[in-house]
Each structure stands twice: as structure tokens, then as C-alpha cells.
Design a protein around this ligand. Structure first.
Ligand code: AMP
Ligand code: MG
Length: 399
């Protein structure tokens, strides 16, 4: 059985990047850039004031208080106006262009009216260049602002707009077929017949897919009937990715691995040394990744978060598709495990008085979806260690 790290490595190696599209910056959020992005202009575009105050030359305020003649006013959006001469100060607003001849801005608070009509008294000396935002000090023209695979968040959208960029070329986001399987599954809305349960995984996983920006094609519940499953698999393979739920463990009706093979899907791995989610199946048909997720609700969500999400991000062109932000926290309760698997324990992470603390959220059964819903993190217990004592430091992945 392969390790989680090896499974992840195989996924990133095998899953291809999708093609590219050009989108308006406003619609490009959540996408990864297809190539590097070079600044078409300096930001700021011109030297401008960081404060409301007076633009002047530092040489004029070596000795303070200094009285200068007020030579007009420049508001944000106005042209720089006439050059400034020695002995003069220009009243200036935040964002307004600094006039030629000025090299410093003194904030309003460090000045007072005085020295006769049309005069201003500067109360403090400031170094040359103070309170001026220099041309190109944030972004230099022709520099690389973002590399290929950089993911566009609202902050990037703002920066792109600040450079006057209207459109960007990004990778497409996957269209994914999501297929719950099992004779016992019923949709919501009508009373449950004996032995049936509510189908719930496609609701949780559908939401996780949409969070990644995917288009979700819901295959509907497919019963454990090989002919119906085969037809549904063929239809699902027409999407960018196929995710089935259930039927990959060792039960009599767990037919998915055989049906994947019959549909021409090459198996890359089956079973990973993890808990929950050990029966996970992954394969490729041409360019289409296929995941067979185990059906237990916690197993399905955990394997999605650890293995499917990196595959989606790889398709979407992310620079680091398997990157995860984890934190280290102190265990508030001892934990013991009895096997050499990597465990993902549903936990509650809190800000303790002296740093982050974490404890299991409740029963760790893989059907206990409510414990997952009350958890805010996964506590990651590495394969080789079985006992984790009170106060031990563990790796935690916020959910
Ligand atoms: P399986 O992986 O098919 O052996 O299913 C494992 C367990 O998960 C069984 O108790 C199933 O009833 C349950 N299960 C499978 N698929 C779903 C689903 N889509 N929603 C809720 N429970 C499911
Ligand atoms: Mg089943």
C-alpha cells in the first residue's frame, strides 16, 4: 500500500493542466495565471504625496520653525502645476502629484498658519523625500509582478486594475462529474424506505468543488448495478474529471475498480496508507483523472481535501497545487493510534493563552459526519508514531 506522500506525488505527476482562456480581471478571481505577468507601467505612475500637508524643499526646513510662502494648492487628480521655488510651499493633498522643485511633504499636523498672510510655519524638520510615494516604488514598469501559476485573489485583481490591465490569460477551471453510487442511497424529499439512507456526500463534495470554482455535473444517484454504473462512468468521462463515491472497498457490491478497468481507465493506485479513506482509488483515462472515493462521509471529505483538491488545482494550473498551510499546536488530550497509517483526526484548534492548542472533536468513526462538521481542523498524525501525549506538538491543518 502506498503512502499519502507517494499518492500525492503520483497525482501531481499524472494530472495534466487544462488549457487557457482570457478573462476580464473582474471575472478572473480563483484562476491561475497561464504565464508570467509583466508590469506595463510604473505604480505609482508619478511621485505623489502620502499625506495632506505642504510640499516643499527639505533645504528650506533645516531650521524650524521656518516660515514659507504658500504657492497655491494641488488636489488629488489635479496636474502638478507650476514648479516650486525656494522659500515656497505648496498646499497638497494625499495622492496629488508633487510639483517639480519640491522633494518633501510635511504633514498638516506639523504646520501652523502664520508668518503673515499667505504664509505657513513649518514646525518640524523632516528628511528629504519624506511622505513622497516615488514613481514605481510599489511596482516597476517591465518587472515581473506575478509568475506563471500565480492564483488570482481579490488582492491580485486590485493590483491588476491598478496597472490598467483589463484582461488576463488564465487556466480553465475543471468541469467535474460527481457520481454517488449505492443501492441504499435516496435523495431527500420523501420518507426513507427500510434499509435506505439519505445520500449526503454529493451535497458536501459538490460544495467543496464549487469552492474550488469547478463546474459540477451531478450524475444523480447510480445504483449498484454494473450496467447502469458502466453507462454513468462513460458519461462522466466526458468531463474534465470524474469523481465517484462508494464501491471501492472490499464489499460484494464494490464493483468500481473492475468497472473503471472495463471503461479503459488506467489504475494509478488503489488504497493509501491513511485513516480515514484507505480504499481511495485513482486512475487516468487519457487526460481525464478518475477518483473513486470511499463512501463513508468523513472518508469522502478527507480524501477529497487531501487528494482530489490538489488534482483540481493542478488542472487549474496552480504553481503549488499540493501546497497546504499547516500550523503546529499543542495537544490538549493524549491520542493513541494502533496502526502505522497516517491519521487525519477531526479536531478543535483554539488560541490558548500560550499558543495554539488542539484536541479531538469527538468520535473518530468515519461515518460520524457531525463530528467533522463541528471540527475546525484535521490533526495529522504521522505513520511511524502511535502515541501522542498531552502537550506534544502536532501538525494541524485548518479546515
Ligand atoms: P461504500 O464505500 O460504498 O462501501 O460505502 C461506505 C458507507 O458509506 C456505507 O455505509 C454507505 O451507505 C455510505 N455511503 C456511501 N455513499 C454515500 C453517499 N453518497 N452519501 C451518504 N452515505 C454514503
Ligand atoms: Mg456502496
Amino acid at each position: 500500500m502506498i503512502s499519502a506522500a507517494e499518492a500525492l506525488r503520483l497525482i501531481v505527476e499524472r494530472v495534466p493542466r487544462l488549457g487557457t482562456v482570457t478573462l476580464s480581471v473582474r471575472r478572473a478571481g480563483g484562476h491561475a495565471l497561464a504565464g508570467k505577468l509583466t508590469a506595463p507601467a510604473d505604480v505609482p505612475h508619478f511621485d505623489n504625496s502620502a499625506m495632506d500637508g505642504y510640499a516643499l524643499t527639505a533645504a528650506d526646513i533645516r531650521e524650524v520653525p521656518a516660515t514659507l510662502r504658500v504657492a497655491g494648492e494641488t488636489a488629488a487628480g489635479a496636474a502638478p502645476g507650476a514648479d516650486l521655488h525656494p522659500g515656497e510651499a505648496r498646499r497638497i493633498m494625499t495622492g496629488a502629484p508633487v510639483p517639480a522643485g519640491a522633494d518633501t511633504v510635511v504633514p498638516h499636523e506639523l504646520t501652523e498658519e502664520g508668518g503673515g498672510p499667505g504664509g505657513v510655519r513649518i514646525l518640524r524638520t523632516l528628511p528629504k523625500g519624506a511622505n513622497i510615494r516615488r514613481t514605481g516604488s510599489d511596482i516597476q514598469k517591465n518587472s515581473e509582478v506575478f509568475g506563471p501559476g500565480h492564483v488570482i485573489r481579490p488582492f491580485e485583481q486590485g493590483v491588476l486594475a491598478s496597472m490598467g490591465i483589463a484582461c488576463v490569460t488564465v487556466h480553465r477551471l475543471p468541469s467535474v462529474c460527481l457520481m454517488p453510487t449505492g443501492d441504499e442511497l435516496e435523495p431527500g424529499g420523501k420518507p426513507l424506505a427500510p434499509g435506505k439512507i439519505r445520500e449526503s456526500n454529493s451535497t458536501a463534495l459538490g460544495a467543496m468543488l464549487r469552492t474550488e470554482g469547478c463546474d459540477v455535473a451531478d450524475a444523480g444517484i447510480v445504483p449498484d448495478d454494473p450496467a447502469l454504473l458502466a453507462t454513468a462512468i462513460d458519461a462522466g468521462l466526458r468531463r474534465d474529471m470524474l469523481i465517484t463515491i462508494g464501491g471501492v472497498s472490499a464489499g460484494t457490491y464494490d464493483a468500481m475498480p473492475r468497472l473503471f478497468a472495463e471503461a479503459g481507465v488506467e489504475r494509478v493506485f488503489h488504497r493509501v496508507n491513511i485513516k480515514p479513506g484507505m480504499p481511495l482509488w485513482f486512475g487516468m483515462k487519457g487526460e481525464v483523472p478518475v477518483f473513486g472515493l470511499p463512501g463513508n462521509p468523513v472518508s469522502a471529505v478527507v480524501t477529497f481535501s487531501q487528494f482530489v483538491r490538489p488534482a483540481l488545482r493542478r488542472m487549474a494550473g496552480w504553481r503549488d497545487p499540493a501546497g497546504r498551510l499547516t500550523v503546529r499546536a499543542r495537544l490538549d488530550a493524549a491520542i493513541e493510534k494502533k496502526d502505522g497509517k497516517r491519521h487525519y483526526v477531526r479536531g478543535i484548534l483554539e488560541n490558548g493563552g500560550s499558543g495554539a492548542t488542539v484536541r479531538p472533536a469527538g468520535r473518530q468513526d468515519s461515518h460520524a459526519a457531525s463530528v467533522l462538521a463541528r471540527a475546525n481542523c484535521l490533526i495529522i498524525l504521522p505513520e511511524e508514531q502511535t502515541r501522542f501525549g498531552l502537550g506534544d506538538i502536532v501538525e494541524v491543518e485548518p479546515l
